[in-house]
Design a binder for this molecule. Structure first.
Ligand SMILES: [Zn+2]
Length: 170
């Protein structure tokens, strides 16, 4: 039995090579589907559209996790994080107006996720290269190459290998 589970997790690992995996957006979608299920139980809604929405959310989350189009999934997650940041800022500004909030924390999460996804995809067809949309930096502590989107100004980059953070102009 133990052998069976070992083979299963080994198979899953092999299956996930080159695939995007989970991120903030898919976790949010899963959370949303659970909230909708609970609301459905509380209100005993009999409308089929509700069940359809819950299933659509679950299927879409899995589709994103198993997707091999890492670039596209990353951009979706970035848009989600930017939108979330805007919403959070709106709430913060209502509480205390005129204060400046730094968004580097969520940006850092986003870049870390991006680099992890690329790390997972290394045995796939993706190769790390610099182009008009991306820049490559080397981690000052372990020399790991880190690829980030261009034109985001000064950003804090977290090395996916050793966790060292360093600031670069993208
Ligand atoms: Zn490093």
């Amino acid at each position: 039995m133990r052998n069976f589970f070992q083979r299963l997790s080994e198979g899953y690992r092999r299956f996930m090579v080159g695939r995007y995996g989970s991120d903030q957006l898919s976790r949010f979608l899963m959370f949303l589907s659970v909230v909708m299920l609970i609301l459905n139980m509380i209100f005993r809604s009999r409308t089929p559209i509700f069940y359809f929405l819950v299933w659509a959310l679950i299927v879409y989350s899995y589709f994103r996790m198993f997707s091999k189009n890492i670039e596209k999934r990353y951009n979706e997650n970035t848009r989600y994080l930017q939108l979330k940041e805007k919403v959070m800022n709106w709430f913060r500004n209502r509480r205390s107006s005129g204060k400046y909030y730094n968004s580097s924390a969520s940006n850092r999460d986003s870049y870390q996720n991006y680099n992890q996804a690329y790390h997972n995809a290394q045995s796939g067809s993706h190769t790390m290269r610099s182009d008009r949309e991306h820049r490559i930096f080397r981690c000052p502590s372990c020399d790991q190459r880190v690829r980030v989107p261009r034109g985001r100004g000064k950003i804090e980059i977290t090395c996916p290998r050793c966790g060292q953070t360093f600031v670069k102009r993208s």
